[in-house]
Design a protein around this ligand. Structure first.
Ligand SMILES: NC(=O)c1ccc[n+]([C@@H]2O[C@H](COP(=O)([O-])OP(=O)(O)OC[C@H]3O[C@@H](n4cnc5c(N)ncnc54)[C@H](O)[C@@H]3O)[C@@H](O)[C@H]2O)c1
Length: 260
């Protein structure tokens, strides 16, 4: 019997993973748990991710926090140079940074619409492109995981969020397209579409109206949001050699939300 068959199959040991927007929320948990699984972590954030670095280093892992706004080509390029300076390679990218606001098309300005697309879609595009350049240059076998959302294929209710929904639909289609572009470069590109996950974006009263939380409850067949930890298995699977024939696809993790 090969007792370590599963851990070898899903191993990310010794790989270098970049997680964007990992100062809190889903990104923080993904960064922490990729480190627990043996990867060395780089984080891109707009204002530093010291708390996440401390968390990982406190558990004996390796992490570096790099200031990089994902919407800036210059900052992303400089950030990736820093990743290479520190670790010498890049194997995994989790494009997680994102924003959401709840405004109808009559309330939101065109600038707000553009900003949401800029961060959620163009930002992921820039990181995909610049990371792929580095992976090709360094001869790395890459796995890029873009965080999309069920909002890319449904229109949530009762909140109005056309910009967010459009940006996430774009992430899924971009993922497929970039997977095709990179197919001969040993780089896979997939996306994950979470349902409601309990993070500042979805539960903090500074971001979400408390009455919305009540309105969402009856729409959830499993009667609860997920914890960010419930996304980690899929991330590790997509990052590892357990998923070498999984490419250009979207993995829905929504506790049945879109099944009804
Ligand atoms: N929470 C949910 O219910 C849910 C559901 C589906 C998808 N998602 C997606 O998961 C991802 C993480 O969401 P979360 O719930 O952890 O949100 P969050 O608001 O807690 O965290 C998002 C992080 O991204 C960072 N960020 C935003 N713009 C950035 C930029 N330009 N450059 C670098 N960093 C930037 C923020 O500062 C923040 O730290 C997002 O892409 C979100 O759309 C979340």
């Amino acid at each position: 019997m090969q007792k370590d068959f599963v851990s070898n199959l899903f191993s990310v040991e010794g790989k270098v993973a970049l997680v964007t927007g990992a100062g809190r929320g889903i990104g923080q948990v993904i960064a922490r748990d990729l480190a627990r699984a043996g990867a060395d972590i780089a984080i891109f954030s707009r204002s530093g991710a010291d708390e996440t670095v401390k968390l990982i280093e406190g558990e004996g892992g390796k992490a570096v926090s790099i200031i990089a706004d994902c919407t800036s080509e210059e900052q992303v390029r400089a950030g990736l140079e820093e990743v290479i300076r520190v670790y010498g390679k890049l194997d995994i990218v989790v494009n997680n940074a994102g924003v959401c606001y709840h405004k109808s098309m009559f309330e939101a300005s065109v600038e707000e619409f553009r900003e949401c697309l800029d961060i959620n879609l163009t930002g992921e595009y820039i990181v995909c492109r610049e990371a792929a350049r580095i992976m090709i240059d360094k001869g790395c076998k890459g796995s890029i995981i873009n965080i999309a959302s069920i909002s890319g294929s449904i229109a949530n209710i009762p909140q109005k969020q056309a910009a967010y929904n459009a940006s996430k639909a774009g992430v899924m289609q971009m993922t497929k397209s970039l997977a095709i572009e990179l197919v001969d470069n040993n780089i896979r590109v997939n996306s994950i579409s979470p349902g409601y996950i309990a993070t500042p974006m979805s539960v903090d009263p500074n971001f979400v109206e408390p009455e919305l939380l009540e309105a969402w409850k009856p729409l959830m067949p499993m009667h609860r949001m997920a914890k960010p930890e419930e996304l980690v298995g899929a991330v590790i699977w997509l990052a590892s050699d357990a998923s070498t024939y999984t490419n250009g696809t979207d993995i829905i993790i929504d506790g049945l939300y879109t099944a009804v």
